[in-house]
Design a binder for this molecule. Sequence first.
Ligand code: ADP
Length: 395
Amino acid sequence: MKIFVLNAGSSSIKYKLFHIDQKVQILAWGAVEKIAEEESFISFNESKEKVKCATHKEGLQLIIQQLQKAGILKDFSSLNAIAHRVVHGGSLFCEPTLIDETVKKQIQQMIPLAPLHNPANLEGITAMQYLAPNIMQIAFFDTAFHQSMPASHFRYALPEYLYDELKIRRYGFHGISHHYLTKKSAQFLKKPLQNCNLITLHLGNGASATAIKNGKSIETSMGFTPLEGLVMGSRSGDLDPGILLYLFEQYHYDGDKLDHLLNQQSGLKGLCGTNDMKEIIQKMKKGEENAKLAFDIFCQKVKHYIGAYIALLGNVDAIVFSGGIGSNSPEVREAICSNMSVLGIILDSEKNQQHFTLIGDKGSVKVLKIETDEEFEMADQSLQIIKKHPVTRKQ
Ligand code: ADP
C-alpha cells in the first residue's frame, strides 16, 4: 500500500510517502516552501533547490515530477490513499473522515475558527482531487482526538449563548500527536489502551499537554485556539484576559496588534528574544538572566499542568515527553520533573541523558520519552480505513 501524507500550510506543502506492507517504509519526504513568493524552493529527502511555484497545485506537480524522476512513484494515481492534515474539525469531526464534497463544505464552514489554516488545508485537498481524482482522500483533524472531552472540560465559564450561537468552547489541538503518543505509550507499557491513564506533553514550538483517561483525551491545555495553555515559542499561553482589556482601553490595541503580540511576539521569544529552546539553554548556561527566566517560566507552566492533570486523573501510569523540546532536551525534562516525587514522579537523571524511552520508573508515575510521528499516525490510520473500504479507487 502506498500512502501519501500531506500537510498543506498557507505557503508550504510538506509530505511523506509511505509504503506499508508487513513493515512500514518511508519512500520519500519533502516539501515545497514559500509558495507564491520569489524564493520558492523544493526539498526532497536531504536535497533542496529553488523553483518557480505560484500555487499549491503547481507545488504538487513539482513534487510528482521529482518523485517520477527519482523512480519512486509513477503518478499520483498509483497511490492507495492520500491523507490530509486539517487543523480544525470543530465539534463535528471526531475521527479521520473520507473526503467528499459535503466534508469539504464542512471544512470550509470551519474557516472562521481557523482562518489561517483551514483555507490552506482545503487548497491542498482541491489540488489533490484535481491531480488524483480517483484516489481515496482522508482528512485527519488536529481537533478530533479531543472531542472526547466532557462538557465540564470543554466549556468556558461564559454565557451560554456564546457556546450555542458562536461555538465558543475549548477544542484542543495537536490531537494527531497526542493520539500517537497515547498508543505508543500503551504499547510500551504493555497495557490495553483503554486502561491507560497518561499525561502526554507535546513540547515543540507549539506546545500542549493532554490528560488521557482510559485511552481518551479528557482535558487538554490548548482551547478555543492554539494560544491557550503552555508557554510556546512565540505564543503567550494562558493569560489574564484583563490584560487584553487593559491594552485595548488604555493603549488602543486593535485586533491585528493583539494577534501579532500574542501569536508572534510572546512566549519564549517575548521573554528573551528567541523562540529556540536550544539557544536559550546555551545562553542560560553562559549566565544570561533573561534566558534563565524564559526557561524557568516555560518549565514551571508544564509543572503546573502536570499537577493539575494528576489531580484530575487520580492515578497516572506515565507522563510522556515529546515534541522538539520534550524529546531532545534533558535540561527541560530535569527541570520539569524536579521536586515532583510527592506526586510520584521520579526522573532517572542518568537515563534522562541517554537514548532510553523509560527515563523514570522509581515513582508511581513512570516517565517516558517518545518522539512523536504525526505522519506515521496518519498513514497507519489510513491503512485501517483502506482495510474497511477495500475499493480505494472511486469508480
Ligand atoms: P514545531 O512545533 O515547529 O514542529 P519542534 O517540535 O520541531 O517544533 O520543536 C522545535 C523546538 O525544539 C525548538 O525550540 C528547538 O530549539 C527545540 N529543540 C530541538 N532540539 C533541541 C535540543 N537538543 N535541546 C533543546 N531544545 C531543542
